[in-house]
Design a protein around this ligand. Structure first.
Ligand code: 2HA
Ligand code: ZN
Length: 276
C-alpha cells in the first residue's frame, strides 16, 4: 500500500489542515502524532526506508517499545503539510528500550520529529495504558481563546473545567472528566512532558498556560473534536467576559447533576462547587 494513500495518513493530513484553517498553527506552531496499528505497520512495511541511526527521544517510554508513530516535523509549518507531507511529516520507530527512535519515512528534506516528542510519547504511553490501547492520537495546538483565558482565570483544573462547562451544554458531555491546567513551563523538554503526562492519567485535555493545549483521543475526529469543543467554549467565555464580569444566569451545579443523570455520565463533584 502506498504510504500516502493509507487511511491513517489521509486522516492525519486532513486533521492537520483543519487545525491550520482554525487559526491554531501560526508559523511552525503545534504538533500532531498518531500511534500506528500493527496491521497498518504491516501494510506499509515494504515501503518503509532502510533503518537509519537510533536517536535519543529525550525521555523513556518503555510502554511504547517497538511501536511506530506518524509525527509532524520540528520547525515544519502545518500550512505546508497538505501540499508536501513527505517533507513535513515522519514515521518513526521506537527501539525495545523505549529510549530511542529512528526515522523510517518522510522528512525528505531533512529534519527531526517535533520538538515536543517527549510530551507526545509520554502522553501516548499513559493513554495506551489507561485506555487499554484505545487512544492513538495526541494533538498540540496554539488555541487562541484558551490561551487568552490563561491570563485571566486562576490556573486551576477546577476553575477552567467549570467555566468551560458552563459555556455550552454539550461540554460536560464531551469532556466529563474535565481539563487539566499547567502553569507556565519551558516547552520541548522532559519536565513539561512529565507534568503533561501526569494530567493525562485523568484528563483527555491539558492546557499549557500562555502557550496552548494538548488533547488525546481514539481517532482523528474525536481528538480534533475535543480541541474544537474546548476552544469554542473558551471563545464564548471570552465574549461573555467582554460584555460583563458577571453572568446574569448560567448552568448551575444542580443543572449539571441533572444533565449527568440524563446523559448517563459522571461529573466529578470537585467541579460542581458553590461559587462565592
Ligand atoms: O513550535 O508548538 O510547543 C512547535 C510548538 C512547540
Ligand atoms: Zn506549542
Amino acid at each position: 500500500m502506498r504510504i500516502l494513500d493509507s487511511k491513517f495518513m489521509r486522516g492525519f493530513i486532513k486533521m492537520a489542515d483543519d487545525g491550520y484553517h482554525q487559526g491554531w498553527h501560526e508559523r511552525n506552531g503545534g504538533n500532531l502524532s498518531y500511534r500506528l496499528r500493527e496491521a497498518e505497520v504491516e501494510d506499509i512495511r515494504p515501503r518503509l526506508n532502510a533503518a537509519g541511526d537510533w536517536m535519543p527521544i529525550g525521555t523513556s517510554v518503555p510502554g511504547l517499545a517497538g511501536e511506530f508513530f506518524l509525527v509532524t516535523g520540528s520547525g515544519k509549518y502545518f500550512r505546508n503539510i497538505i501540499v508536501d507531507p513527505e517533507a513535513c511529516l515522519a514515521i518513526i520507530e521506537l527501539d525495545e528500550s523505549g529510549e530511542n527512535y529512528r526515522i523510517r519515512w518522510g522528512l525528505v528534506e531533512g529534519g527531526r520529529p517535533t520538538s515536543e516528542l517527549p510530551t507526545h510519547l509520554m502522553n501516548h504511553e499513559v493513554k495506551k495504558r489507561v485506555t487499554g490501547g484505545k487512544h492513538r492520537v495526541i494533538y498540540h495546538a496554539h488555541t487562541t481563546n484558551t490561551i487568552a483565558l490563561t491570563f485571566v482565570l486562576p490556573l486551576s483544573d477546577e476553575v477552567f473545567t467549570r467555566e468551560l462547562w458552563e459555556m455550552a451544554t454539550e461540554c460536560p458531555v464531551v469532556f466529563p472528566e474535565g481539563v487539566g491546567v499547567i502553569g507556565w513551563m519551558v516547552p520541548g523538554g522532559r519536565d513539561i512532558a512529565v507534568a503533561t503526562s501526569r494530567m493525562m492519567e485523568t484528563y483527555n485535555a491539558a492546557i499549557w498556560a500562555h502557550h496552548g493545549m494538548f488533547c488525546s483521543g481514539e481517532d482523528f475526529d474525536l481528538t480534533f473534536g475535543l480541541m474544537h469543543t474546548i476552544e469554542k467554549s473558551a471563545e464564548i467565555l471570552i465574549k461573555v467576559l467582554s460584555m460583563s464580569p458577571v453572568k446574569t444566569q448560567t448552568i448551575t451545579p444542580d443543572n449539571f447533576r441533572n444533565l449527568a443523570e440524563g446523559f448517563h455520565i459522571s461529573l466529578p463533584e470537585k467541579f460542581l462547587y458553590e461559587k462565592q
